[in-house]
Design a protein around this ligand. Structure first.
Ligand code: PLP
Ligand code: LYS
Length: 440
């Protein structure tokens, strides 16, 4: 492959400065590397703000009551909670650890909702003590745990009931959650959801504010969301007629697909959201119920495309006709997604993003696993040890799913905006990694 045209079309969001280098939030990526080292996860803050604005605008234009709740499992950092809170968003948390971080990050307690299929009693107690906005009830055991806590503390909490709407989302089966055999939420068909609602309505300490569903993640077709909306409105009508229940909130979850490679063509957030809003309005009007607040929970769609990971290229292994491996100084410890979901990414050189491709290689990490692959069949110009490789769209489920496997430290994270870079998570040190080893 000699001097081929670039095989990959760079995303529109990739900025190139006058030196021809990749620029992130107005900062030269090579300068970032000099200052902070690699691997480095660099966010363009303006991109996050723009995504937030587009989601909100869809609701504002439609003039419907709403809340956009950031699914913080996508990227849980104090700086991120602070940023999304400053833009008027709430957040969802799925563990005591995320709840702790959200509160420390300045997210108002009332703007937090708590998800999870096995919330521990201690986590529920933490949520009750903080008086968060609502607990999303997922199963019968949780009702019992929560009831015990509320009775002991002589207090109340708003709750939302999560159901599995029986929708098969078109995505990887590991990240599909709305189908009947999902581990999340109450099943509708078997009558478990009815039973849960009746139990909650009879409990004076839990105020049922609404219903929730989430069909899965990295979904491109809006159809699944529309089907879920239909199912949920049908359920609300049924519950209104049978139990006199009026929902204040209809939460349709997150899962909006984003661009990792050229193959991904997501609808813009405002278009996607507008279609969902229209469907809910139409269905609610048809059954003559008052329109509840519509909530959505984007995670990846806010954080994913905004970050690029910068790596330093190291060794390579070529066996003609057999394999071509190019290794970088990170890997599955900072991005497990290719190994876990066969997720696809693109790569280019930070110093010359538009240079002609000369080779096709498998970009691998430095971890002691053959599955430690970052990009399969990456078309790249000729590379040399020390060159900086950029992998875009790494802002969601990268850092939060990172590990210390092989005692490799987690990378640093910077927020870049208007030509300024701010370190928001420092690089882990070898000493950090021994913090929990109590036998020295
Ligand atoms: C309940 C819930 N809400 C929101 C999300 C966010 O998903 P995504 O990051 O794909 O938007 C998830 C993750 O799949 C989830 O489980
Ligand atoms: N972690 C997954 C998504 C799961 C979302 C949580 N339910 C990913 O990287 O795509």
């Amino acid at each position: 492959m000699k001097g081929c045209l670039k095989l990959t079309k760079l995303a529109d969001t990739v900025a190139i400065n006058q030196s021809g280098h990749l620029e992130i939030g107005g900062v030269d990526s090579l300068k970032l590397v000099k200052q902070f080292g690699t691997p480095l996860i660099a966010y363009d803050v303006k991109q996050i703000k723009a995504k937030i604005k587009h989601f909100k605008q869809a609701f504002e234009t439609a003039k419907v009551p709403f809340r956009v709740t950031y699914a913080s499992k996508a990227f849980s950092a104090l700086a991120m909670y602070r940023l999304v809170a400053s833009q008027g968003l709430g957040c969802d948390v799925v563990s005591g650890g995320e709840l702790y971080a959200a509160l420390k990050g300045g997210m108002p307690a009332k703007m937090i909702e708590f998800h999870g299929n096995n919330k521990l009693p201690a986590e529920l107690e933490m949520a009750v003590d903080a008086q968060i906005g609502c607990i999303v009830i997922d199963n019968f055991q949780e009702i019992d745990f929560l009831d015990e806590i509320l009775t002991r503390k002589q207090t109340k909490i708003p709750v939302v009931l999560r159901v599995a709407p029986g929708i098969e989302a078109e995505t990887h089966r590991y990240i599909s959650t709305g189908q009947q055999n999902s581990k999340f939420g109450f099943d509708i068909l078997s009558g478990q959801a009815d039973q849960a609602l009746q139990q909650l309505l009879a409990n004076p300490r839990m105020k049922v504010r609404g219903v929730h569903c989430h069909i899965g993640s990295q979904i491109f077709a809006v159809n699944g969301f529309l089907m879920a909306a239909d199912k949920m409105v049908e359920l609300l009508k049924n519950w209104h007629d049978r139990f006199n229940f009026e929902a204040e909130i209809l939460n349709l979850g997150g899962g909006f697909g984003t661009r990792y490679t050229n193959e991904d063509q997501p609808l813009p957030p405002e278009e996607f959201t507008t279609k969902i809003i229209q469907e809910v309005k139409k269905r609610i009007q048809a059954v003559k119920l008052p329109l509840p607040e519509i909530w959505i929970e984007p995670g990846r769609a806010l954080a994913g495309e905004a970050a690029t990971t910068l790596y330093t290229i190291g060794s390579r292994k070529d066996v003609e006709g057999v394999c071509h491996f190019l290794a970088v100084d990170g890997g599955m410890g900072d991005n497990i997604r290719p190994a876990l979901y066969q997720a696809k990414y693109e790569a280019f050189l930070a110093a010359k993003p538009r240079a002609l491709d000369e080779q096709v290689v498998t970009v691998v990490g430095k971890y002691c696993e053959s599955g430690d692959v970052l990009v399969r069949d990456a078309a790249l110009p000729n590379t040399h040890p020390g060159d900086i490789l950029a992998i875009p769209s790494t802002g969601a489920y990268g850092y939060t799913m990172a590990s210390n496997y092989n005692r490799n430290p987690r990378p640093a994270v910077v927020f870049c905006e208007n030509g300024q870079a701010k370190l928001v998570i420092r690089r882990e040190t070898y000493a950090d990694m021994l913090n929990c080893d109590v036998v020295k």
